[in-house]
Design a protein around this ligand. Structure first.
Ligand SMILES: Cc1cc2nc3c(=O)[nH]c(=O)nc-3n(C[C@H](O)[C@H](O)[C@H](O)COP(=O)(O)O)c2cc1C
Length: 445
């Protein structure tokens, strides 16, 4: 579904809360979005801006799945298929996102100031389109701190596509920032396919995503975006941050590039899309696109059933890998493969296919009844890790260092003596289930 179709569907099915009372994007709106548990919400009247704001549109797996027209269970495989089979998007001559061309004034946009401790108001749901001189188009999320009417500070994580492209061009790098995107574009932008693979072709494989040429820069953007800001990433650096990050802790202040915006286009009656930093939507969009890459690596070494990056780990640092075991060492093999599949993963938990990986109590039960710490836990020291983990070792400009741990909570095929357990002995590890009972036979309402 396109952004507006998705919004309409949420409205029609009673899933979109509409707030008609005026709300201030300066500190009030973010607190309210949080208080509402990030349910999809439309703020019709926004203090200081004529743009209505929508938030929380993709804060649940089921919402993202319905936006792509699949079930929650099909999400991982749908993403994996699109990642492996991108379809180049068509180019349109005219597009909704260019219905209005306006003089740039970033103060007119309802950019949220989320917390008093933030470095400034931040665009959080904008996706950035750039062209790498070697590999072509790259699309990714970058938070943008408003500096004045035409400038932002942009957070470019070192080594990622936009940063690499900016480093290769000795001068300024053209950028287009799109706000108000379909679930397909948001998910594709959060992926890190191999260099040269176009994220907008992945979005187009998920759902038709036609593009249009920008007005002032040599870039193409999704034709159905609500708002497009065209400009350059300059060589000038300023202090960016502090800002609440994925781990729900404050990210530090860094010297980051200034973005200059010189053209703004938008749809008639455009919506501004917001996303709560450190919230469910932020986590889900970060984590979901990594689950297929972990799955693909684990599948190379054993029979992988499902993968989940859990919200307690910021949907980034903790992976649960579900496997169908065919040999005694499959659990250990899956741990190593999961670390390869997503290098930011710090802790991996491997379980069998009888465990519901969406139920934290079942996961803990598997650890309690199937794991022995001296044989089933792998600990690795001084590994490359995530810049987002506050407890990791951070050296500016270098990959963060961390310890990693893998827990094999699958049914142990070996006894403490090393001898293999029989199938019957392994079956004794399974939960004894009570039979199903037709309640209506006993209880009448
Ligand atoms: C909501 C959200 C916000 C993000 N913010 C940033 C950011 O500010 N800077 C950054 O470099 N990456 C950020 N990311 C991560 C990148 O968008 C993501 O890792 C992307 O896959 C990078 O792709 P690339 O490796 O092809 O450049 C964010 C991701 C999400 C989902």
């Amino acid at each position: 579904m396109q952004f507006r179709e998705f919004l309409h569907m949420l409205q029609q099915t009673g899933q979109l809360l509409t707030v008609s009372q005026e709300v201030d994007p300066h500190l009030e709106m973010a607190a309210l979005i949080h208080r509402l548990g990030e349910q999809p919400v439309l703020f019709q009247r926004v203090k200081g801006s004529s743009y209505p704001v929508v938030a929380g549109l993709c804060a649940q797996r089921s919402l993202l799945a319905s936006g792509l027209g699949v079930t929650r269970e099909e999400l991982l495989f749908t993403l994996a298929r699109a990642l492996n089979n991108p379809v180049p998007p068509p180019l349109l001559a005219t597009a909704p996102c260019q219905e209005v061309i306006e003089e740039v004034n970033l103060y007119k946009l309802p950019i949220l100031m989320h917390l008093p401790s933030d470095g400034g108001p931040y665009v959080t749901a904008g996706i950035a389109v750039v062209k790498d001189p070697e590999f072509g188009r790259n699309v990714s999320f970058h938070r943008l701190m408003r500096l004045d009417a035409t400038h932002f500070a942009v957070r470019l994580v070192e080594g990622r596509g936009t940063h690499a492209a900016w480093q290769k061009t000795g001068g300024d790098l053209e950028i287009a920032i799109c706000i108000g995107n379909s679930p397909a574009v948001l998910l594709a932008a959060a992926m890190s396919p191999p260099p040269g693979v176009d994220e907008l072709a992945i979005a187009n494989a998920l759902m038709p995503t036609p593009l249009v040429k920008c007005r002032t820069v040599d870039l193409e953007v999704p034709a159905n975006a609500e708002i497009v800001l065209e400009g350059h990433i300059t060589r000038q650096l300023v202090e960016e941050g502090p800002f609440l990050d994925l781990t729900e802790t404050m990210d530090m202040v860094r010297r980051q590039p200034v973005v200059e915006i010189h053209c703004m286009t938008h749809r008639q009656d455009a919506y501004y899309q917001a996303l709560l930093p450190g919230g469910l939507e932020h986590k889900l969009l970060m984590g979901l696109p990594r689950e297929p890459t972990i799955y693909a690596e684990v599948q190379k070494v054993c029979d992988c059933v499902d993968v989940l990056l859990t919200p307690g780990g910021g949907s980034w640092l903790h992976a649960v890998v579900q496997i169908r075991k065919h040999g005694p060492d499959d659990g250990q093999l899956a741990i190593q493969a999961a670390f390869r599949g997503h290098t930011s993963v710090k802790h991996v938990l491997v379980v069998d296919d009888d465990i519901n990986i969406y139920d934290p109590v079942e996961l803990e039960w598997a650890v309690a009844t199937r794991l022995q710490a001296d044989s089933d836990v792998v600990i690795l020291s001084n590994q490359g890790g995530s810049s987002l983990d506050p407890s990791a070792w951070h050296v500016p400009g270098e990959k963060s260092r961390t310890a990693k741990m893998g827990l094999d909570a699958t049914i142990p095929w070996r006894k403490p003596s090393g001898e293999l357990r029989s199938e019957e002995e392994r079956a004794a590890f399974r939960k004894v289930r009570y039979p199903a009972v037709p309640l209506e036979k006993y209880i009448t309402k």
